[in-house]
Each structure stands twice: as structure tokens, then as C-alpha cells.
Design a protein around this ligand. Structure first.
Ligand code: SF4
Ligand code: SF4
Length: 358
């Protein structure tokens, strides 16, 4: 297993981290703990959870498993999405009990949706409460997680509250997030990527993503993880494991990973645009919209619809992932066509918005 420095925290983190949102039988504590301990035995030292994952069992599972190991052999992260300071404090104390520990190494202000949301977290006291907990030693490092566009998230990071960031980053959406990754690198923050397999869409469409593969022996999962970790700014890729073979496969994928040049990243971006001529690349050139429709986010939803061959439920899941995005917002489009005139992919944005509005 390779390890990378997590920004300026002084911590070394395994390049593959364990996301605790996919335990297949979360009610079976021993079986779930066995999977965690297997990953730990293979050198994974970063374990990520949150209060509601796996029917609210994930934190208990990690606590049960990892309390059997020396505390300095693993790093724990959990999260809180509440805006009020007292709610964050309660949530943190409950997480500490469940995780059977006296401190959380990496604590996230969870799921920042927009600049307004970020302002509300500050005004509600959540950030202040987290910083106080850090002073008390209950939190090692404060971070944020977000599905915001890269540009907005970069502005939040520049305010200097956080030592790291967790964001979705994969072969479909990376142009949409790149600015935040670049900002994090400039500030020397830790960067953890979630959803490296695009919610399963990359392995489900191996032919379309074949250009990610280094050679015919490489699996599409290996290629997708290598895509993430060849970026020098990215500290660790979070994978939601369900079985031991997935742990082995992920570790094998990154054993021989090497840095990717900016030139080859740009070439990949060109390949993606060519390969997915019907997909939104998240470039943002269609903005601004006169009625403030977050067009790239809606087109990201539509990407999932196309790649999933319109499998029912996929689009609504994507709405949930971009918290705060509703079908009603898509319905306010006035049809001015400014966005379509600017779109680098020449996408029928208005028609897609109408479909998503239902
Ligand atoms: S066509 Fe609709 S989405 Fe596009 S810029 Fe005009 S109002 Fe916004
Ligand atoms: S310009 Fe086109 S491809 Fe770029 S974000 Fe907007 S809709 Fe997507």
C-alpha cells in the first residue's frame, strides 16, 4: 500500500480509503467488522463513515472493529451536516461514543450545497462549534465535503477554515470539480475523492470508458482508480467496499500508479469530450443563466440518465446527490437559448431541462 501526506496535517494516509456506506449486511456486526479488519490488515489506514450510513449502523461497525486495533494504527473520519452549533456538538459526541474513541482524526462539515449553505453553517454556529471541539482535542482536523461546482468550492476553501476536502471526482465529472482540486493543491490541503467509479456507471459501461485503460490487461475498475490517484493533488480515493475481493482489487489497482502530467490530463479531457459527445463535461461555459438555473448540475443528472440507459430511479438518485436540486428548478427555464449558444458540446439543454422537469 502507498501512503501520501494529508496536506499539512502531518498524517500519512493510504491512497485507498475505506468508505463505510456499502456494508452488505450492516445488521451483521461480526461479518461487517471482519471486512473492516481485513482492509486494515492490508494496509488501509483511513476509514470514513457518517451518522446515517447503512441504516445508521456504519459508525457502530467501525467502532466495534477498530477498537480491537491500536488507536495509532488507523485514522477515523466522520461528518455532521447540521447548521446549528449545539446540534453539531451532539452529533459529534454521539459519533465518539459509537466509534469507541476519544477523538475523530478528520471531521467533516458535511455536504456543503452552495455558498448560501456555507454562510448558514457559519451563522448557525456549526463551524464555531467544530473549531471549539478541535481546541478541546475531540477533533484532529476540520474538513468539508461538498458536491458544489469546483469554482464555488474553491472560494470556500480559500477562506482558510479547512485542512482538507472530500469531493466527487471521476472520469465523467472531473472538469466540473477541477478548480476546487487545483485550489486545494495550491493551499496544500488534503484531498479525498469520493465516487471514483461514478456510482457504478464506469464499470457498467466498460466499452465507453475503455480509453481510461493503460492496456488490455487492466480492468476498468483499476483504470478508474488510477485515473484518480495519478493526480498529484489527490491524497486518497474513497471506495465503498462490500467484500474482501474488492479490497484486493483496489489495492492491486494502485500498487503501480504513477503521476500523470498536466499534458496527458488535458489529452484525457479531449478524449472524454470526443467520446461522450452527448454528455455534459461540466465545463460551465453555458453559465450564467438569467434565471440562475445550475445548468451543469442538471446536465450531470442527465449524464447519468444517458449512461444508465434511462434505468428508472437513476435520475432521481442524482437529484438527491446534488442536495437542493429539484425538478421544479428545471421548470423555470424561459427558453432564451443563451446556454445552448455557448455550450461547448452543443447539447440540447432546453429539451433536457424540460425532460428533467417532468
Ligand atoms: S435557455 Fe433556460 S437554462 Fe438556458 S440560459 Fe435560458 S433560461 Fe437558462
Ligand atoms: S457548456 Fe455544455 S458541456 Fe459545458 S457545462 Fe454547460 S451544458 Fe455542460
Amino acid at each position: 500500500m502507498n501512503y501520501r501526506s494529508f496536506g499539512q496535517t502531518g498524517k500519512d494516509v493510504s491512497v485507498i480509503s475505506f468508505g463505510g456506506m456499502r456494508f452488505p449486511e450492516p445488521q451483521d456486526m461480526e461479518q461487517s467488522a471482519d471486512l473492516v479488519l481485513y482492509a486494515h490488515s492490508r494496509g488501509i489506514n483511513y476509514f470514513d463513515t457518517a451518522p446515517v450510513y447503512c441504516a445508521d449502523r456504519s459508525e457502530d461497525i467501525f467502532g466495534h472493529a477498530l477498537s480491537q486495533q491500536p488507536r495509532d494504527s488507523y485514522l477515523l473520519s466522520t461528518k455532521c451536516g447540521r447548521a446549528k452549533g449545539q446540534d453539531l456538538r451532539q452529533s459529534l459526541e454521539r459519533s465518539l461514543r459509537r466509534l469507541q474513541t476519544d477523538h475523530i482524526d478528520f471531521f467533516y462539515i458535511w455536504h456543503l450545497m452552495s455558498r448560501d449553505d456555507w454562510e448558514q453553517r457559519k451563522q448557525g454556529g456549526a463551524v464555531e462549534a467544530a473549531l471549539k471541539a478541535k481546541e478541546e482535542g475531540l477533533i484532529g482536523h476540520l474538513l468539508c465535503s461538498s458536491h458544489m461546482p469546483g469554482e464555488s468550492l474553491a472560494e470556500v476553501l480559500a477562506e482558510g477554515f479547512f485542512e482538507g476536502v472530500l469531493l466527487g471526482y471521476n472520469a465523467i465529472n472531473f472538469p466540473y470539480r477541477q478548480q476546487a482540486v487545483t485550489q486545494a493543491e495550491e493551499l496544500n490541503l488534503g484531498v479525498v475523492t469520493m465516487n471514483p467509479l461514478a456510482g457504478g456507471l464506469i464499470p457498467q459501461n466498460p466499452q465507453r470508458f475503455a480509453f481510461l485503460k493503460r492496456d488490455s490487461h487492466e480492468s476498468i475498475i483499476q483504470a478508474a482508480l488510477r485515473f484518480n490517484l495519478s493526480h498529484s493533488a489527490i491524497t486518497s480515493a474513497l471506495v465503498g467496499f462490500s467484500e474482501k475481493s474488492q479490497v484486493d482489487e483496489a489495492i492491486a489497482a494502485v500498487d503501480s500508479v504513477s503521476p500523470q502530467s498536466e499534458e496527458s490530463r488535458q489529452q484525457l479531457s479531449v478524449n472524454i469530450e470526443k467520446t461522450f459527445d452527448q454528455l455534459c463535461t461540466g465545463c460551465g461555459y453555458c453559465l450564467p443563466c438569467p434565471v440562475d438555473i445550475p445548468i451543469p448540475q442538471f446536465m450531470d443528472v442527465y449524464n447519468q440518465v444517458l449512461l444508465s440507459h434511462n434505468e428508472s430511479g437513476v435520475a432521481s438518485n442524482r437529484f438527491r446527490r446534488h442536495w437542493g436540486l429539484t425538478a421544479d428548478q428545471a421548470a423555470v427555464c424561459t427558453g432564451c437559448s443563451l446556454c445552448e449558444q455557448r455550450c461547448t458540446q452543443h447539447l440540447p439543454i432546453m429539451k433536457r431541462l424540460a425532460e428533467l422537469a417532468g
